[in-house]
Design a protein around this ligand. Structure first.
Ligand code: MLC
Length: 524
């Protein structure tokens, strides 16, 4: 049984139960029975558009029902769902469509100009569909013309090795890579989380995250579908509205990143919201600072459940539902997940209490990177362990603690920003002779993308000019929030930039303490 088999079974058993409600939209709440009907219509629609098993179908749609129908229908056809951030500028979008050799692209009308500007060099892209307006209405019009013959729809893919989902992750070198997540990976992870977090059919999930990442899509949305639970979808995160809905709609489950938890705590009368009906509030995608963990407990009377995952694996470690949720720890391996700590220089497996690279193995780990066999080889050990690039250690009682990263990575508001990607863009600016991108502690974002720039001789670029240069070429969250000009970058004898030294000397003393952010210290 894969995740999709369970979902279809839920759609049959719970046909009158609300599966999804889009908050604040004209779209009516959708039952599980209606979800199955719409997914089947979408499958037939995609078939008419020529989608076949194995095809990559890119979708760059706002959060909403059409995204969900299309994503599920693609996977049901045995094709590969490729969700993309709606904020990608043309340069990034073109790369993803080209690299994935997408056969069909479903985009929003608002992005038509961007899409049209990049279509010429994309020979594999046979077809682009634009959806108009907000919500469901236009997509339903498209589906209205479709003749659905269930007998002509293929059976639910049963091959666990078949790729279901592709999500791009960047790296410390080169361009982003598409992690190939199989039906087997999705099912293994969802099953593990279902039991570890005690998902229930009567759960009500308030969903505030983007749905083009593993966190919002797989952990939250697939998790709720798998349980037959009800998902309330908030289209744009708003802290006060979140608290209001959690209370008013008697939500039981909420999943977020530390930045969002801090934003909830910053609502002036946060403590007046009674969240006592909730049973599970999780935190992930970035380390949860101890002060946020404590403040959350004091303000809401709930102990956040911190867990650790990544795009390539889904979830790996989690604090327990019952038992100690340890401050500063990402908890214990989920069922079926093997975790070890390795000295990445010598390859030696380390003992409890020793810090090394976390390596992961299990049927939830993706099968590799799309058309990048060398990168896949580099990412895994010969015996199949994924090298996470995260440093950590195991306590004698089995709890794991993260201790930093061996990879050059910034996590801003739960989103990964790879400095080399930003540095490559900065290198294209004529007034920059050298640059280094570092993460400085930030009270809202956790880390703030900071560009350290050596101007080219005889030039004096402005901060604004540099930020604009990046925003035109990268998704907005990757653009520097701060630019610092220096005469030279500190380098080792071999010419490598010493980023630790830059962080030490240039990151201001603002830290991630909640109190400072509450005083409105942060930009944005
Ligand atoms: C938004 N902005 C960000 C940002 N998010 N800048 C840096 N980092 C971010 N994460 C910028 C916008 O571009 C905009 O800039 C300004 O901030 C306000 O945008 P907004 O959309 O109004 O932001 P806001 O609602 O305040 O908060 C953002 C957020 C969002 C915290 C709700 O970032 C978010 O949903 N983060 C969750 C990310 C997530 O789901 N990660 C999972 C990855 S999967 P301007 O200048 O244009 O106005 C993964 C695996 C795992 O990591 O283990 O989970």
């Amino acid at each position: 049984m894969t995740f999709l088999h369970t979902l279809v079974d839920n759609c049959r058993r719970l046909k009158d139960k609300v599966a999804i409600e889009i908050l604040g939209s004209d779209d009516k709440p959708l039952t599980y029975g209606q979800l199955e009907e719409k997914v089947q219509q979408t499958m037939a629609y995609l078939q008419q558009r020529g989608v076949q098993r194995g095809d990559r179908v890119a979708l760059q749609l706002p959060k909403g029902l059409p995204f969900i129908y299309v994503h599920l229908a693609i996977m049901r056809l045995g094709a590969i769902s490729l969700p993309l951030n709606p904020a990608y500028p043309p340069h990034e979008l073109a790369y993803f469509l080209q690299d994935a050799a997408a056969a069909l692209f479903i985009a929003h009308e608002d992005n038509r100009d961007t899409v049209q500007s990049i279509l010429a060099p994309l020979p594999d892209l046979k077809n682009v569909v634009y959806l108009r307006g907000e919500g469901n209405a236009h997509f339903l019009e498209l589906l209205a013309d479709v003749d659905v013959r269930p007998a002509q729809l293929p059976p639910i893919p049963a091959d666990p090795e078949l790729t279901a989902l592709m999500i791009y992750t960047s790296g410390t070198t080169g361009r982003p890579k598409g992690a190939m997540i199989t039906h087997g990976n999705l099912s293994a992870n969802i099953d593990a989380l279902h039991s570890a977090w005690g998902w229930r059919q009567d759960d009500v999930l308030l969903h505030v995250l983007p749905i083009f990442h593993v966190h919002g899509l797989v952990v939250a949305l697939h998790g709720a579908f798998n349980a037959g639970a009800t998902t309330l979808i908030m289209l744009k995160f708003d802290a006060r509205r979140t608290l209001d809905i959690l209370v008013r709609r008697k939500c039981t489950v909420f999943m977020a990143v530390p930045t969002i938890h801090r934003m909830l705590l910053a609502v002036p009368d946060a403590a007046n919201y009674d969240l006592s009906q909730m049973r599970l509030l999780t935190s992930g995608s970035d380390r949860l600072p101890d002060d946020t963990f404590e403040a959350f407990r004091q303000t809401f009377g709930h102990t956040l459940l911190e867990r650790y995952g990544m795009t390539e694996t889904g979830m790996n470690l989690s604090n327990p539902l019952y038992g100690e949720r340890r401050v500063g720890s990402v908890g214990l391996p989920l069922p079926g997940v093997q975790v070890r700590v390795v000295d990445s220089q010598s390859g030696e497996i380390l003992s409890d209490g020793e810090v090394g690279e976390l390596q992961i193995r299990g049927s939830h780990v993706c099968k590799g990177y799309w058309r990048q066999p060398e990168k896949t080889l580099e990412a895994f050990t010969a015996d199949g362990w994924l090298k996470t690039g995260d440093l950590g250690m195991r306590e004698p009682d089995g709890y794991f603690t993260l201790k930093g990263r061996s990879k050059d990575l910034i996590i801003s508001g739960g989103l990964n920003v790879y400095p080399p990607e930003v540095e490559l863009v900065l290198a294209g600016h004529p007034a920059i002779s050298a640059s280094a991108v570092i993460g400085c502690p930030d009270p809202k974002w956790g880390e703030r993308v900071t560009a350290v720039i050596v101007p080219a001789d005889g030039t004096s670029p402005s901060e604004e000019e540099i930020v604009d240069h990046c925003r035109n070429r990268l998704a907005p969250y990757k653009a520097p929030k701060q630019v610092i000009f220096v005469d030279a970058l500190p380098r080792t004898a071999l010419g490598k930039i010493q980023k630790a030294q830059l962080r030490e000397s240039l990151c201001s003393d603002r830290d991630s303490r909640l109190g400072e952010w509450r005083t409105g210290d942060s930009k944005n």
